[in-house]
Design a protein around this ligand. Structure first.
Ligand code: 6PG
Length: 304
């Protein structure tokens, strides 16, 4: 994808007219610090703009450290929690106290440690229905109903999020927008049911984010924000680190976007905020296959 800030030029702001800003930091801790600093900046910008900050959280393991930083001093003291609403980018259809739940991770890492009013946290709940074939269709129906419910909530609360945090799967998925899925092709709905296909490793394999059920079980149903809704956001931050993401990051940022199915290539390439900024926070290991001269490298956190 084009539009990279050249190392010699001042880094772009992630302004859509200039394309994504890719910020390369030395290591995962620096990435987490930069993300936490940038989230604080976006929170202040949003509250100045509209009196409110609406933030959607990513699941998986990558954002955990950034959430831990945002849940503690000094970052926690800088977030206007009374004016903040928390949403989720996707959720697995499991109980909220299931270790695979994105809500469970975010509460343990951040939300349980900050003074955010309980009614300003909007979990994306989907009941886990596992087991026999007969129940499989129930699970699909439950995921669709959960998607409808969350879309109803969003339509009543926020037509465009201030900030969406996203991760990147090794197959190029983001949120629960998996390659070749109906959810990825969705153009109208803001929220959709989703499931990784067994062929692409959905059953227990996949990212450390725990994409599937137990080994060999059918992959979990999930609920996800769709690309059209994510692209309405004022800002989208991708958080990626580790050598195991280097190949897919190069494909997403520097590969072509015409996928085998003539679609937009990898799911993460469908994320291009219409009027908002797009910023990739990556570490050196994840950036190791990128064209070295193209991206601003920062030794410290994101400027306030
Ligand atoms: C999820 C996430 C998913 C995640 C990627 C990367 O629910 O799992 O929304 O999109 O961001 O799978 O996962 P890791 O951060 O664990 O590598």
């Amino acid at each position: 994808m084009g539009g990279h800030a050249m190392a010699s030029a001042p880094p772009s702001s992630g302004d859509p007219r200039e394309g994504p800003l890719v910020v390369v930091l030395p290591d995962p801790e620096s990435v987490a610090l930069a993300v936490a600093t940038a989230v604080v900046s976006e929170a202040h910008r949003a509250v100045d703009r509209s009196g409110r900050f609406t933030l959607s959280l990513s699941g998986g393991s990558t954002p955990r450290r950034a959430y831990e930083l945002l849940g503690r001093t000094p970052f926690a003291d800088d977030i206007p929690w009374d004016f903040t609403d928390i949403f989720w980018g996707d959720e697995r259809c499991v109980s909220p106290d299931d270790p695979r739940s994105n809500e469970s991770m975010a509460r343990a890492a951040m939300l349980d440690h900050v003074p955010i009013p309980a009614d300003q946290v909007h979990p994306m709940r989907c009941p886990g229905i596992g087991g026999s074939e007969a129940e499989a269709s129930d699970a699909a129906m439950a995921a669709d109903e959960a998607a409808i419910d969350y879309e109803t909530l969003l339509r009543g609360q926020v037509s465009a999020l201030d900030l969406v945090l996203l991760g990147l799967g090794k197959d190029g998925h983001t949120a629960s927008l998996f390659p070749g899925s109906d959810a990825l092709r969705e153009k109208e709905r803001w929220v959709a049911p989703a499931r990784q296909s067994v062929e692409s490793g959905g059953a227990g394999a996949g990212d450390t984010g725990g994409t599937g059920g137990a080994k060999g079980e059918a992959p979990l149903w999930r609920v996800t924000l769709t690309a059209p809704y994510i692209n309405r956001a004022a800002a989208v931050f991708f958080i990626v680190y580790g050598a195991d993401k280097a190949g897919v990051l190069r494909q997403v940022l520097e590969g072509d976007t015409s996928g085998a199915d003539g679609g937009a290539g990898l799911p993460a390439q469908s994320i291009s905020p219409t009027g908002g900024k797009l910023v990739w926070f990556v570490d050196e290991e994840a950036a190791s296959q990128l064209d070295r001269g193209k991206y601003p490298r920062k030794e410290r956190g994101w400027p306030r």
